[in-house]
Design a protein around this ligand. Structure first.
Ligand SMILES: Nc1ncnc2c1ncn2[C@@H]1O[C@H](COP(=O)(O)OP(=O)(O)OP(=O)(O)O)[C@@H](O)[C@H]1O
Ligand SMILES: [Mg+2]
Length: 459
């Protein structure tokens, strides 16, 4: 896997330190930014958040510790390494209580710098893959965070409402990327009796196997080379609450075995540990792939799948609930109006036709991004119009009037077969006879379309 070089921000008022540290890090292949004061560092962080910040304790102006606190406020995943002189080591130690992860005492050998930065980077990566999900406290009910009045969204809310009473039940959430799985997981948790305890989320696909296991279950001191101290895992930290395992289909075999045991016996062991610890945690698993398929390919344990699949919630792709597009758009407009202090009134009727004709491969997240982009690129517009939309959206032509496709039930009744035949004919016409394209338009598989074409004698 090739990755963009990590970004490191060096903050020191001494030019010589900035220069020598930057030089070394650049030579190691990092992208280096520098700042000579805390105020300047915060500006850099707001514009292009780095992965790691090397921060001098003693700075003119707001000082090192204050800079640290504000920087973490802006960007909580930032890994901060303090740099201090012998005389200020106590301040560096104090800074660790505020969230710095390590410190270097000046003057330090450049090899110590390399090692500290490498450690900081792995911490920063882990922090990014683990999140504490929080509730939107402004809403009267956690269910209100799920926006949309379509039947599909009503059904989701009803299911989650029914789950509220059984707060230990494992749930499997399926849905395409950006469709709202995290929103659903939050609603499940904050509707349940566990709501006063945390819900922690981890992405099973994003961490290497050994790191993932120790993040989930913790490790004992000496369990592996880097395990210098004992560490509590997410299942311990979330005690009484819930853990959302994202992309569960990518959980490696070792983790699968441990998770199965945790679900069946409510116990687990830290990596390298012998003591059985009790777990009081609800597991919410999420996936955008078909886990059953992984089971049949032998990549996912069948017993674990059945244990996770006690309740399965399917979050539909946005193209399956296009009726919610106007409500969702209004919701995001209200949010960006507030965040960006603007007064956009809404989406123009023509722009809305584009939004409703589009297939939304990136689902609700893509809709949010489209709105955000319009806000940012067209700061003086008071309405979102077609010219503010992305090229892909402008390309999709609003559909021709289709009243005849949605026939009313007439007095003599309506023959469903007849409606189906008309819809298929229309789709084939629009797709210029291309069956795959017509199947896509109808939202069915090509095999289904072929079968129907035959059934109606149209093939
Ligand atoms: N029904 C909804 N109501 C309000 N906001 C929604 C809804 N569905 C999705 N969103 C918003 O869309 C964005 C993407 O949703 P979310 O992060 O829950 O998707 P996801 O299914 O977890 O995606 P991924 O598979 O990439 O993790 C978020 O900003 C979320 O708040
Ligand atoms: Mg998600």
């Amino acid at each position: 896997m090739t990755q963009a070089p990590a970004r490191i921000l060096v903050v020191d008022d001494e030019k010589l330190i900035r220069w020598s540290v930057s030089e070394r890090l650049q030579r190691d292949g990092y992208q280096v930014l520098s700042a000579e004061s805390g105020e300047q560092a915060l500006e850099v962080i707001a514009a292009t958040p780095p992965d790691v910040m090397l921060l001098d304790v003693k700075l003119p102006g707001i000082g090192g510790v204050q800079t640290l606190r504000q920087a973490l406020g802006l960007h909580p995943e930032l890994a901060v390494l303090m740099m201090s002189a012998h005389s200020t080591v106590d301040v560096a130690v104090e800074a660790m209580k505020h969230g710095a992860i390590d410190f270097l005492v000046k003057p330090f050998p450049l090899t110590a710098l390399d090692a500290a930065v490498a450690r900081a980077l792995s911490t920063s990566r882990t922090r990014r893959q683990i999140a504490v999900l929080s509730a939107d406290r402004r809403l009267p009910s956690a269910l209100d965070a799920i926006v949309g009045g379509s039947v599909a969204m009503e059904q989701l809310r009803a299911m989650i409402g029914r789950l509220a009473g059984s707060d230990t039940t494992t749930v499997l959430i399926e849905g395409e990327s950006g469709s709202g799985k995290e929103v659903v997981a939050r609603a499940i948790h904050f509707e349940s009796a566990r709501r006063e305890h945390p819900i922690l989320q981890v992405n099973c696909a994003a961490l290497p196997e050994h790191l993932l296991e120790s993040e989930l279950f913790g490790h004992e001191r000496g369990a592996f080379t880097d395990a210098h101290t004992q560490k509590r895992g997410l299942f311990e930290t979330a005690d009484g609450g819930a853990v959302m395992l994202d992309e569960i289909g990518d959980l490696p075999p070792g983790g699968q075995a441990k998770l199965l045991r945790l679900l069946e016996n409510k116990t687990f062991r830290r990596v390298g540990g012998v003591t059985e610890l009790r777990a009081d945690v609800r597991v919410i698993a999420a996936t955008n792939v078909n886990v059953e398929e992984r089971v049949s390919e032998g990549r996912f344990r069948a017993d674990l799948f059945f244990r996770l699949n006690v309740v399965r919630l399917v979050v539909p792709p946005l193209r399956a609930h296009l009726d919610d597009v106007p409500t969702l758009a209004a919701h995001f407009i209200a949010r960006f109006n507030q965040e960006l202090k603007r007064q956009v009134l809404g989406v123009s009727p023509q722009a809305m036709e584009h939004l409703r004709a589009y297939r939304w491969p990136g689902n609700v997240r893509e809709l949010r991004n489209v709105i955000e982009r319009a806000f940012i690129l067209h700061a003086s517009a008071d309405e979102i119009r077609p010219e503010h939309l992305t090229p892909e959206l402008r390309k999709v032509a609003p559909p021709r009037p289709r009243e005849h496709l949605v026939p009313k039930v007439e007095e003599h009744g309506l023959v469903l077969d007849d409606v189906e035949r008309r819809l298929i004919a229309e789709a084939m016409e629009r797709a210029n006879g291309n069956q795959s394209k017509a199947a896509r338009l109808l939202g069915v598989s090509r095999d289904t379309l072929r079968y129907r074409l035959k059934k109606h004698g149209m093939a």
